[in-house]
Design a protein. Structure first.
Length: 367
């Protein structure tokens, strides 16, 4: 009997050691991960966080165990807003009941802005009560910086390609101003009519310059209620000079007023990229149809051209970085556009028939 008991104890001890070793290995793995990992109980109290997380929030000398985000905010005032936001997003994860993915950005004491792709996984008991919450945050600061540089490069590329159309458009009012100035100089007569015409032409130049400058503004991360119809009308107006030079007619159908929650500059960038692609596909001119409508609680924007179309094998790769059908293109326009549309929780689809044309359909949730 004693022998059997000792045998059971030894067996149990060996199994316990295995579990202990596995737990230590698992803990070591978590602690040395280059990502933020944090376990909380059902009341939002911190139970375990890895070394990356402690250093990130300056918690090396703080006994975090058993404290909530709101309580830890008092120990590290610099991160108070960040902890408060974490508390709110945790509650959103609990309410959703399934994995929640969010992007969080905040400043650290050095002044750098850190961005994280965060996964929040709520755990529940069988009776539905909260059991715990696992949070994993991957540092995507460098990725966001690269995306920002990519967007800036693409904007500069678009501005450069629009220069010919803008220059042509500015030349017309400049010619009128020059002619009237010469006429007034020769006749020694300044009339109110001449002055009004000159002021009007100068206003046109100023408006064109303002529209060009709008494209170079840095992308704002603050989303507001914007009208897709107004944005499309604006884009059509600034693209018309280049379209005329290429023998392309822009046909805009304003079926409905579409209001969404979005970034005006980002959406302008998307529509300009798509219209330029459509014009590039129509070397012999033609008609590009642009329309917007509301359907099934979504705003739908369609851009159709009469161009050369896209072969099926290449259509599958549309949107890949550095993949392009243009000899002088970088292959970044649609990559940037896809990213902007995803940030607006929208979708984009391409349908194309060779030698007939391409149709691009975008959907956005209504604001």
């Amino acid at each position: 009997m004693t022998f059997f008991f000792i045998y059971r104890i030894n067996l149990f001890y060996r199994e316990f050691c295995k579990l202990k070793d596995a737990e230590e290995q698992w803990s070591a793995l978590i602690h040395y991960m280059p990502d933020f990992v944090c376990f909380k109980d059902g009341q939002g109290r911190w139970k375990k966080v890895n070394e990356f997380g402690r250093k990130l929030y300056n918690l090396e000398d703080v006994d975090y165990y058993g404290k909530t985000d709101l309580e830890l905010a008092e120990y590290t005032p610099f991160f108070k807003n960040g902890f408060n936001y974490c508390f709110i997003s945790d509650e959103n994860a609990w309410k959703k009941g399934t994995l929640l993915r969010v992007e969080e950005s905040f400043a650290i004491p050095s002044g750098e802005i850190k961005s994280f792709d965060v996964l929040k996984i709520p755990l529940f008991y069988s009776n539905g009560n909260r059991k715990g919450l696992l949070t994993i945050g991957r540092d995507i600061t460098q990725q966001k910086s690269a995306e920002s540089m990519l967007l800036t490069r693409e904007k500069l590329s678009v501005v450069g390609e629009l220069a010919a159309g803008i220059a042509h458009e500015i030349r017309n009012p400049l010619t009128s101003i020059k002619g009237l100035t010469q006429l007034m100089h020769e006749s020694k007569n300044v009339t109110d009519e001449y002055v009004k015409v000159m002021i009007s032409e100068i206003d046109r130049i100023n408006q064109i310059a303002s529209e060009l400058l709008a494209l170079s503004k840095p992308q704002s991360r603050k989303y507001n209620q914007v009208s897709l119809t107004d944005i499309l009308r604006y884009v059509v107006n600034i693209m018309e000079p280049e379209a005329l030079l290429r023998g392309v007619e822009l046909e805009f159908s304003e079926a409905e007023h579409c209001q969404i929650d979005g970034d005006r500059n980002g959406l302008i960038q998307v529509f300009i990229n798509l219209l330029k692609n459509a014009m590039d596909a129509m070397p012999n001119g033609g008609v590009i149809k642009i329309s917007s409508k509301v359907e099934n609680c979504k705003a739908i924007v369609s851009i159709s051209d009469q161009g050369i179309g896209i072969p099926p094998e290449r259509l599958k790769r549309i949107g890949e970085p550095f993949f392009t059908l243009k000899e002088k293109g970088m292959g970044l326009g649609l990559t940037v556009s896809n990213k902007i549309i995803q940030e607006h929780k929208g979708t984009i689809e391409f349908h194309s028939i060779e030698n007939e044309g391409t149709n691009v359909t975008m959907t956005f949730p209504l604001g």
